[in-house]
Design a protein around this ligand. Structure first.
Ligand code: IPE
Ligand code: IPE
Ligand code: MG
Length: 249
């Protein structure tokens, strides 16, 4: 492609981990006079493009927010359609994941998912487990508060059993109890569809993430949109509490 933003990306300064809140499927479909599920179906194409683009660039970790704990409160028909789509997509995309050397993992309350989703998810995770390229993290039935509470409970159990004292709890120790324990914190968080909120996503992990919002609805998100977000990220100064002069030197 001519004039791709890809050429402007500094390969030595890539975000190690990109997390995306894929939002706007329903509105995309409605604008076209279609049912919401039509938007979800078209969102799969955007997922494929984004995963491929990130893997090609050499991004280490890509986390996609696919279904939140709160999304269980949607109409039953939409939930069922989303779960079926997940079953089909997990099956269809395995070859693509293998070709791109991508290792799939999942976070969230996986046990709460329908049996067929769990089975196909497990199969895809197993099959791709030895791949050494990008790690693709699917957040399914995920809520950050749930994840944090779960971590808290496991720490509480250790205290109860005398294995740990309150004084010994550190940030590192807490991070170890999260489902993302093997995954570095996201450096770039993208949300599509012009909504400016985090919707219970990775609350602990995004403490110092750069936030990027775009009006593009998820089904319209392309490789170029990802490149644009990365270029924007690379032009920011990440100070981590210090002053500019300290960071530059
Ligand atoms: C994001 O699109 C996909 C999921 C939350 C599963 P939405 O379904 O939230 O689409 P909008 O926000 O209603 O347009
Ligand atoms: C967040 O989108 C969850 C996912 C993208 C899976 P929502 O559309 O559910 O978020 P809210 O309800 O607008 O905050
Ligand atoms: Mg939404």
């Amino acid at each position: 492609m001519e004039n791709s933003l890809k050429d402007q990306i500094n390969r030595d300064k890539l975000p190690r981990h990109i997390a995306i809140i894929m939002d706007g499927n329903g509105r995309w479909a409605k604008r076209k006079g279609n049912e919401r599920i039509f938007g979800h179906k078209n969102g799969v194409k955007a997922v494929r493009e984004t995963v491929e683009a990130a893997a090609e660039l050499g991004i280490g970790y890509l986390t996609l927010y696919a279904f939140s704990t709160e999304n269980w409160n949607r109409p039953r028909t939409e939930i069922d359609a989303l779960m079926s789509l997940l079953v089909i997509t997990l099956d269809k995309e395995i070859d693509n994941l293998m070709e791109n050397n991508i290792c799939l993992v999942a976070i969230g309350d996986i046990d709460s998912l329908p049996r067929k989703v769990k089975a196909n998810l497990g199969r895809a995770i197993n099959k791709t487990s030895l791949n050494t390229g990008m790690t693709l993290v699917l957040a399914l039935s995920y809520s950050a508060r749930w994840e944090i509470l779960d971590a808290l409970k496991s720490i509480a159990r250790k205290i109860e059993s005398g294995e740990l004292t309150a004084k010994e709890i550190t940030c590192d120790h807490f991070t170890e109890q999260l489902q993302t324990r093997d995954i570095p914190d996201p450096e770039l968080l993208i949300r599509t569809s012009g909504e400016y909120r985090v919707s219970n996503f990775l609350l602990w992990q995004i403490a110092y993430a750069e936030l990027y919002f775009t009006n593009t609805l998820w089904p319209d998100f392309t490789k170029e949109d990802l490149y644009a977000a990365i270029c924007n990220f690379q032009n920011r100064e990440r100070r981590f509490g210090k002053i500019s002069e300290q960071v530059v030197s």
